[in-house]
Design a protein around this ligand. Structure first.
Ligand code: FAD
Length: 554
């Protein structure tokens, strides 16, 4: 197979030659470095590479070129190579244009000229982008292949498990993909045994597996290495991941557990725009990939999928009951189980969940709805991000909201992006009356809240983002909650009913400590949380200092 390509586009022959020379000096062993003198020639080279089945990893494109501007070339390149990383090369005076292009061209980085010395200004950026690209890209017909029916909830569960655990795989729909049937026939897999997971090392096909079996086969640990931990963290969203990084780096024996995968809600976000240090935004999966790698490198142990179903307090120790019947004992416990999506109760939703109805999951399923019609219900930022991501693939995206507009529920930058996306249609003052279909979603009935009329709209999928509820069902009753079910911590506890009955220590609860000493809460699960990635990360980081304080008290 040919090496993946790095493409440089510049109309100035000297600049083109200089960038090529610098990149060759470092990347020629693993990549092919080619140049194009104009936007038009670059796009035609990309089409040719695509038709030959070559991979394009990175495009570095000058902004000011006669004919087509760099940002336009990069925007158009998305249709040909959606995963390639995009860098705009700008003069200092063009930085405003570069920042504007971050949204329009989905720029990953802008690099201002001159980039010398390359060891400091060019290579670290390119290294980082190529690492991220390598993590996502899958050469044709290699690696894991999952074969199943698009409308099967079991297929969706495995896709969701693989995608959110950042395991690259190729999805083959039996109904649409000719390769799929050939693969099944060769392995003797029947339709009743789907979905089937194929490996490229010749190991046996997994037939209709549970996520846990997939984890086992892929060598993901599901058993704790020690009998006792200093800190066990339940929930590997941003709060839990941050606590794992700090806990492990500060010498605590740290265990991180998640019922599904690392990343939490943030992991399902197609683009987090407001996290410090990422001017071009960062996808939830990219942030998760970095965070889990960092936590594990520093020595935190991570087990998933493994659900914590209960906790019992035995003296200073906390014993966690796991869904596989085992127990884990820890001295300090962090509850970072965040929130999960609220269920939509309209008729037809329950029976089609996983078969065209999805909670969140826009990034997992979007590609399956290429050239189809989808509906998004909800008016918050997560609905907005989901709709924008889906609009890259689907022909039409309807957003259904009860309110008159998105103004009070969605950030302005998302509203503006939605307004600029021609295939997204906002349906205000509307609700979902029911979902219809035979085995999978075929239409959604909208009800007008102004005159009560109903109308059926063709839709292949409904993505639900209608708010969240705290995941507190595994906590013992001694952990006091506010009236909405979020966990009370620190000084907020003192006014709570039941506090004096439960808290028997001489000291006050520490800042993020719950009503049970040594049990802490951070992130969206905590009463008064800010519901942001940065605040969850901040609390997860802070909690480790409090855990040290608690451990020295016991
Ligand atoms: C689609 C979307 C887009 C978003 N975009 C942004 C954005 O752009 N910027 C921003 O700042 N914020 C954004 N947010 C909000 C942000 O993601 C959350 O505030 C943040 O993820 C909260 O982190 P957390 O660690 O507290 O909890 P969560 O992210 O909710 O993670 C909790 C974890 O706990 C696990 N868990 C739950 N119960 C158990 C159990 N019993 N046993 C084991 N594990 C369990 C779950 O599987 C999950 O992984 C977005 C949210 C969504 C849904």
């Amino acid at each position: 197979m040919n090496k993946p390509v790095l493409l440089i586009v510049d109309d100035d022959p000297q600049v083109l030659a200089a960038v090529r020379r610098d990149l060759r000096s470092r990347y020629r062993e693993n990549y092919m470095i080619i140049g194009a003198p104009s936007g038009e020639e670059a796009l035609s080279a990309m089409r040719e590479l695509k038709s030959r089945g070559d991979s394009l990893a990175l495009i570095i494109c000058d902004q000011r070129m006669p004919g087509m501007m760099g940002s336009e070339v990069l925007a158009q390149s998305r249709a040909i190579y959606p995963l390639a990383r995009r860098v705009l090369l700008t003069a200092y005076s063009d930085i405003d244009a570069a920042i504007k292009a971050i949204n329009e061209a989905h720029l990953d980085h802008y690099l201002s000229k001159p980039w010398q010395p390359p060891e400091e200004r060019l290579f670290p950026v390119v290294d980082d982008l190529l690492d991220a690209w390598q993590a996502e890209y899958l050469p044709e017909a290699k690696g894991l292949r999952l074969v199943g029916f698009q409308w099967s909830p079991q297929s969706h569960a495995i896709k969701d498990y693989l995608a959110s655990n950042l395991i690259p795989y190729r999805w083959l729909d039996v109904a649409r993909d000719a390769d799929a049937r050939a693969l099944l026939d060769a392995a003797g897999v029947t339709n009743e045994e789907l979905p089937a997971l194929f490996f490229d090392d010749g190991s046996p096909v997994l037939r209709n597996p549970a996520p846990r079996q997939v984890a086992e086969r892929l060598g993901k640990p599901l058993t704790a290495a020690f009998d006792l931990y200093d800190l066990a963290i339940v929930g590997a969203g941003p709060a839990g991941l941050a606590a794992a990084v700090y806990g492990a780096s500060e010498g605590l024996r740290t265990l991180l557990l998640d019922r599904h995968s690392p990343g939490g809600q943030a992991g399902s976000s197609s683009r987090i725009e407001n996290y410090l240090g990422f001017p071009a935004g960062v996808s939830g999966s990219e942030l998760t990939r970095r965070a889990i790698a960092q936590a594990q490198r520093l020595g935190a142990e991570f087990l998933a999928p493994l659900e914590v179903t209960g906790v019992s307090i035995e003296g200073g120790y906390k014993s966690l009951a796991l869904s596989d019947g085992r127990k884990i004992v820890t001295r300090a416990l962090l509850a970072a189980t965040g929130m999960s999506y609220r269920e939509h109760l309209a008729p037809g939703i329950k029976e089609h969940t996983g078969a065209g109805v999805y909670y969140g999951a826009a990034t997992t399923e979007a590609a399956a709805f290429r050239d189809r019609h989808v509906t998004v219900v909800g008016g918050g930022n997560s609905a907005g991000q989901g709709a924008i991501y889906l609009a890259r693939y689907a022909t039409e995206v309807d957003i259904v909201i009860r309110r008159e507009s998105l103004r009070d529920t969605m950030s302005q930058y998302l509203i503006e992006q939605i307004e600029k996306t021609p295939n997204i249609h906002l349906r205000p003052q509307t609700e979902i009356e029911k979902v219809e279909g035979d085995g999978h979603v075929e239409s959604v009935v909208f009800k007008s809240l102004t005159d009560g009329s109903t109308a059926s709209h063709p839709a292949d999928a409904l993505f639900i983002f209608i708010g969240t509820r705290p995941r507190n069902d595994w906590l013992p009753p001694e952990v006091l909650l506010d009236e909405k079910g979020f966990v009370l911590t620190g000084r907020d506890l003192m006014a709570a009913e039941g506090y004096a009955r439960i808290w028997k220590e001489q000291r006050e609860p520490l800042l993020l400590e719950t009503s049970v000493h040594g049990v802490f809460a951070a992130g969206d699960l905590r009463s008064g949380a800010m519901n942001r990635v940065a605040s969850a990360v901040g609390e997860g980081s802070m909690v480790v200092r409090l855990v040290h304080e608690y451990l020295t008290l016991t």
